[in-house]
Design a protein around this ligand. Structure first.
Ligand code: B3K
Ligand code: ZN
Length: 886
């Protein structure tokens, strides 16, 4: 909570246009910590000097939830009248140009349930400073454009906290007598305060000396609680792969002699890229086959990569202000996506990762961009910056970075990156600086491209085509529109290919184009509201494959016939569009079925054989990667279907989708069974992409077969549940069982008993139950009463509460509104503990205006109930206020 005295009903909005450079720049920071969970004393010595580029004159420091004991300036204690504290700001007027500040403060880590600043988790000390947590540790100009060199002295009880870590290099350690010890750390690189970190804990580590391409040796460590050393191999391997990849793909070397990853069970998000001392949610570190699924393994690789890549994109070059967050996040997500794709290696594996990215965008980012929290990739304002660590800033931001690469090519992108570091290493910069580096390195005019940063919303690209058989021309007419009337056209790369009648990719000759001879994909650059692109020498009316590889984050409208979609689904050489054709075929049917259910017609629901045959053919086509087949056979989620409807009826959607799943399960029973058996992965578990793909396909088959279980399929699931040698298979079988409607309580209990000491697996246990359509709000309340449940641990809260509201729509939208009341009650409860987690949870209600009037009224009442609270955090207040605003 803010200690701000301003009334909570009108939180302060911060605008990008109001940015001014800091009045003072900090050279060095020396921090001394006397660590005590009940009373930690922080001594802070800052040397600073007036910023020649500054426009303000006063020294302004931030501080929150800390007690100021003493403040000295240039050796002299400042008295009450010589500085002022208002809200989070401490101001010193009339300061000289060269200043040494010595600040002593006290904080109470054990009472810090927000998990921002210095806090205690399972008896150990950790910090989280991004975005504005450093001010909860000491007074400081807590803004990313103030970069300084840090030296840190940690003092603590030796038996309780044998491990003392901070950023950079360990330069001294020893005993203090009286059972206490100390460690002194020095970070050789200038950094913003949000990258500060410390850990004081009882932990053990897996460590390794690793030789960089340059021949220099570095020490790598993965720190975990005792008992978890059997789960650190994959994180360590992923770290080494990340280091190698960044050297090879971007020529970027690890700049420190030591790089540490520390796992903590209580953490607000995935992980944090603190310089040299990455702190991770245990979920993205701990894995062995027994406890972690293939998805967990993939998540560990991606997040370890992501945080490591931040060392250059984020840490060496950081953000001028928080509005530029996507400068580091969009770019680093793009880098981790490319890393994961390169780790798989094959083209088909790369395509599978791309399809996953498209699914995330559609499932989460498009709705965000069409809802009350819609904001540009570079927002113009915020109340609470923590609310802007969003899918728009991250995933859409990564799409924006990807579009540069699509426009200038892979080599051109590398040139742009090189120039970016040449110009800005050690600086705090803006998204415009990144764009300028890309433009200048490639001699391109990217001024119009700026609109991807400044204009919110998902553009709609409409395509029309015409074929002239006499002139052998095929025209694609592209136009763009947005839901925001005042927006200007975007610069949109639209990758296109054409398929002949036999499914062959046609060689393309674009009028005025410069593509290579024989190219079968060209990138059209749509920069105007409407443009015509003409392909020559086309001998037959082709089927267009538009927006290949999802070349831009847009909604593509094209009036495909069923035949064209089937043609693409069978033959498109672009796997993303091949998958997309299947999604369009399924979506058209799902929407029809949903309408039929909603209209309560007596006619039985039907699914055409054309569609079923296409699904069958794909399922059994073993020339295709199993991972691709699995993705192509998953129906669009209930959430994605909802986004296509003007008025959302979650119950009709659920019924329609279940009908379709049941029909696939029964009509394709023989093939599903055959594929179930054909895609077993006997022998030792390996998380590699091919094995994981096989398991995914096999387990999708099982889930289809279990929609209407019979003795054969039930025993397959039960057997898999009992015998599985890895968590992926055990989890999938249990989920299939509990979704099938049969009594699976014995299997659930067994699962719990087997893993009661593995927190991350117990999270799964709660999560799978929360997301089961049979779990209503009463059942969730019952689960909350389970001794293993707590609202205080974010992973646990997310596993039950978030999964219920986000992954169980037919129950969340129960007609009586009981789940909305449950939501309101828990937004309020969570907010008193942890505003960041509460604000995330609050966003489950973002799309409330799209529901049928009866539901809408109940959702609005729940939102108003939260809004009526007098003690809301700014985090929750911003989300609720925006949801209710017109
Ligand atoms: N930079 C952190 C996110 C911090 C979130 C603060 N609310 C993790 C990441 O994106 O790598
Ligand atoms: Zn990041």
């Amino acid at each position: 909570m803010r200690t701000d005295s301003s009334p909570l009903s009108s939180p302060l909005t911060i605008y990008r246009k109001d940015y001014t450079p800091p009045a003072f720049l900090v050279d060095t920071v020396e921090l001394g910590f006397d660590l005590d969970p009940h009373r930690t004393i922080v001594a802070n010595r800052i040397t600073m000097q007036r910023n020649p580029d500054g426009t303000n004159c006063d020294i302004v420091l931030h501080g929150e939830e800390i007690e100021l004991v003493q403040l000295r300036m240039n050796g002299k204690v400042l008295q009450a009248g010589e500085y002022s504290i208002e809200g989070v700001l401490l101001t010193i007027k009339n300061a000289p140009d060269q200043v040494v500040l010595e600040i002593e403060t006290v904080c109470v880590p054990v009472e810090n349930t927000t998990l921002s600043g210095l806090y205690v988790s399972n008896g150990n000390f950790f910090t989280q400073c991004e975005a504005e947590g450093f001010r909860r540790i000491t007074y400081f100009p807590d803004r990313p454009d103030v970069m300084a060199k840090y030296t840190v002295m940690l003092r603590a009880d030796k038996a309780t906290y044998p491990v003392l870590l901070s950023n950079g290099n360990l330069i001294e350690e020893g005993d203090l007598g009286d059972g206490r010890h100390y460690a002194k750390w020095e970070d050789p690189f200038k950094k913003p305060s949000y990258l500060f970190a410390l850990v004081a804990a009882k932990l053990v580590c897996q460590e390794e000396t690793y030789t960089l391409n340059s021949g220099r040796d570095v020490l790598l460590q993965v720190w975990v609680e005792d008992g978890n050393l059997d789960k650190t191999d994959y994180a360590m391997q992923s770290l080494k792969n990340s280091i190698r990849w960044d050297e090879e793909r971007f020529g970027l070397e690890l700049d420190l002699d030591r790089f540490m990853i520390v796992a903590v069970g209580d953490f607000n998000m995935g992980a944090m890229e603190n310089k040299g001392l990455n702190i991770f949610n245990t979920k993205f570190v701990l894995a062995n086959p027994r406890v972690a699924t293939d998805i967990d393994y993939a998540g560990i690789e991606a997040v370890v990569g992501h945080e490591y890549f931040h060392n250059w994109t984020g840490n060496r070059v950081t953000c001028r202000d928080w509005f530029q967050l996507s400068l580091k996040e969009g770019l680093t997500v793009f880098r981790d996506q490319e890393f994961s794709a390169d780790m798989i290696g094959s083209d088909s594996g790369r395509a599978v990762t791309r399809i996953d990215q498209v699914r995330t965008l559609r499932q989460a980012q498009f709705p965000e961009d069409a809802g009350p929290m819609s904001h540009p990739v570079r927002p113009d304002s915020f109340v609470e910056i923590n609310n802007f660590y969003t899918v728009t800033v991250y995933e859409k931001g990564a799409e924006v970075v990807r579009m540069y690469q699509t426009l200038v090519g892979r080599d051109g992108f590398r040139k742009g990156m090189d120039l970016y570091f040449e110009r800005h290493d050690g600086q705090a910069v803006t998204c415009d600086d990144f764009r300028a580096a890309m433009a200048d390195a490639n001699g391109r005019d990217l001024r119009q491209f700026e609109r991807w940063y400044s204009q919110a919303g998902t553009p709609v690209v409409t395509a029309r085509t015409r074929y002239d058989a006499v002139k052998r021309n095929f025209d694609i007419i592209l136009s763009q529109r947005s839901n925001h009337p005042d927006q200007l056209p975007f610069h949109i790369p639209v990758a296109v290919g054409l398929l002949g009648e036999d499914g062959r990719a046609l060689p393309l000759t674009l009028d005025g184009g410069t593509q290579e001879q024989g190219a079968t994909t060209v990138v059209l650059e749509l920069t105007e509201q409407e443009q015509i692109f003409r392909f020559r020498n086309i001998d037959e009316r082709p089927t267009p494959s538009i927006l290949r590889d999802f070349s831009a984050p847009v909604i593509l409208e094209y009036d495909y016939t069923d035949d064209e979609l089937l043609h693409l689904f069978r033959h498109d050489s672009d796997p993303v569009n091949r998958w997309e054709a299947g999604q369009r075929l399924a979506m058209a049917r799902l929407l029809k079925l949903t309408a039929q259910v909603a209209a309560k017609q007596d006619k039985p629901l039907k699914l055409d054989t054309t569609f079923l045959d296409a699904q069958r053919a794909l399922l059994i086509d073993d020339t295709l990667d199993p991972a691709f087949r699995e993705l192509a056979l998953i129906l669009p989620s209930e959430g994605i279907i909802a986004e296509q409807m003007d008025v959302v009826d979650p119950h009709a959607i659920h019924t329609a989708r279940q009908f379709m799943r049941r029909t696939i399960g029964t009509e394709l029973r023989a093939e599903l069974l055959a594929q179930y058996h054909a895609n077993q992965t006997p022998g030792e578990y390996s998380p590699d992409a091919l094995s994981a793909g096989k398991r995914a396909l096999k387990n999708l088959c099982l889930s289809y077969l279990l929609v209407t279980p019979d003795a054969v399929t039930l025993s397959l699931a039960q057997h898999q549940c009992e015998q599985a040698g890895n968590m992926t298979d055990r989890f999938a079988a249990l989920v299939a069982l509990i979704h099938s409607g049969v009594d699976a309580s014995a299997y659930l209990q067994r699962f719990y008993d087997d893993f009661s000491s593995e927190a991350l697996v117990i999270d799964k246990w709660f999560a799978m139950q929360a997301a089961t359509p049979a779990t209503d709000v009463a059942a969730v309340r019952k689960l909350m009463a389970h001794p293993a449940f707590t609202l205080k641990n974010p992973n646990r809260a997310r596993s039950l509460l978030f999964n219920f509201t986000n992954a169980n729509p037919s129950q969340f939208h129960a007609a009586d509104g009981s789940a909305y009341a449950f939501w309101a009650e828990h937004v309020i409860k969570l907010d008193a503990i942890n505003p960041q987690v509460a604000a995330r949870f609050a966003r489950s209600m973002d799309r409330w205006r799209r529901y049928a009037p009866a539901l809408q009224a109940k959702m609005k009442a729940a939102l108003e109930q939260v809004a009526a609270q007098t003690k809301l955090s700014n985090d929750v207040l911003e989300v609720i206020t925006k949801a209710l605003a017109n």
